[in-house]
Design a protein around this ligand. Structure first.
Ligand code: GYE
Length: 335
């Protein structure tokens, strides 16, 4: 545990240096839409101006998360939102945040694609007196009071729940497990891996391979094809999100095997496509990760601007589903 923290801190320091160098020569602007109010960073209106830098559009979870934020931070609700999509690239997020600082936004919020490398830009926001709110993913930073609140799920807990369920079902059967990791260096990939590994430790479930599929369906499919070529004894797939699990289903079916039976699948998220595959018996278990963070974000922003205290950590509550649970939940599923 201590070693893990040390390694992350050291890497954070190194990445900050690398990013200073990168920032000096980066020229690619992130894609963005500045909202109805254009680029006037909040001056001259009663609306709270918010710059939000999103990770990308890599998964069903992300689409639902974006929808929740755009549907909540509306003019009717008192916000002027500038939203940008970083296409899963940290340098795009950093330049978006720098633009928001230059525009003098009232508040900046972002979902950091990876954990480390944010020190310089967080320091800049702090220097400009602009409060920062983190949604969904955490950062490792040496900057004091770098953000007012972090809103999102406990990813270690999610990985642990997936691993505990796997151990309950399959311990004693000598299961061989492969893992489809999320984006390398992202908080959910690091933490879900750690939580799952801890939960299967001491059981006879054995992790035989683990690679990143970058949280995308296509990535999950390609990595699973590789696993199926390299190993003929896979019993169980642990995918860090539904989309990679859905990609794995395609690869398993293309190899003439039955997902959910010949090879079991556990995923995290609980978006409609994942839940449908679970109800159909192609996925065996899903640990939910709630993407609807807009309302909590709106509340934190309003309180911050009003000068009220906010919780430094808001943990989103998640459920878990088996096949029957998915069938029951699907009709009311919002995303
Ligand atoms: O699980 C995955 C997405 O950060 C919790 O990112 C989020 C993860 C989510 O791409 O589907």
């Amino acid at each position: 545990m201590a070693r893990h923290t040390f390694a992350r801190t050291t890497f954070a320091a190194l990445s900050a240096v690398t990013l200073l160098a990168l920032g000096a020569c980066s020229s690619e602007p992130p894609s963005s839409d500045a909202g109805d109010g254009g680029s006037d960073g909040g001056s001259g209106s009663d609306l709270i101006s918010v710059g939000f830098s999103q990770v990308g559009a890599e998964s069903g979870w992300r689409s639902a998360n974006t929808m929740s934020i755009k549907d909540t931070l509306t003019e009717e609700n008192g916000f002027e939102l500038s939203f940008s999509d970083a296409q899963q690239k940290q340098e795009n997020q950093i330049s978006a945040i720098r633009n928001y600082i230059a525009q003098g936004m009232d508040v900046i919020a972002f979902s950091p694609v990876v954990e480390t490398g944010w020190d310089a830009v967080l320091e800049e926001a702090k220097g400009a007196g602009i409060p920062v709110v983190l949604t969904d993913r955490a950062v490792e930073t040496t900057v004091d009071d770098a953000y007012v609140s972090f809103i999102g799920s406990d990813f270690i807990e999610e990985g642990a729940r997936a691993g505990e369920w796997a151990a309950e079902q399959y311990d004693g059967e000598g299961y061989k497990v492969v893992e489809l990791q999320g984006t390398t260096g992202s908080a959910p990939a690091i933490d879900r891996q750690e939580g799952f590994a801890g939960a299967i430790e001491g059981t006879d479930l054995e992790m035989i391979d683990s690679q990143t599929g970058d949280f995308t369906r296509d990535g999950g499919k390609k990595v699973m094809e590789g696993f199926l070529t390299a190993h003929d004894d896979i019993d169980l797939v642990f995918a860090h999100n539904d989309d990679m699990g859905l990609g794995a289903i395609e690869a398993i079916e293309a190899a003439g095997l039955k997902p959910g039976e010949d090879i079991k699948i556990i995923t995290i998220d609980g978006v409609k496509d994942g839940m449908t595959a679970l109800a159909d018996g192609k996925i065996n278990y899903i640990v939910e990760c709630n993407p609807l963070l807009g309302p909590d974000l709106a509340e934190v922003i309003e309180k911050t601007v009003a000068g009220d205290a906010v919780d430094a950590r808001i943990v989103t509550q998640d459920e878990a589903f088996d096949q029957e649970g998915a069938k029951a939940a699907l009709p009311d599923r919002q995303y």
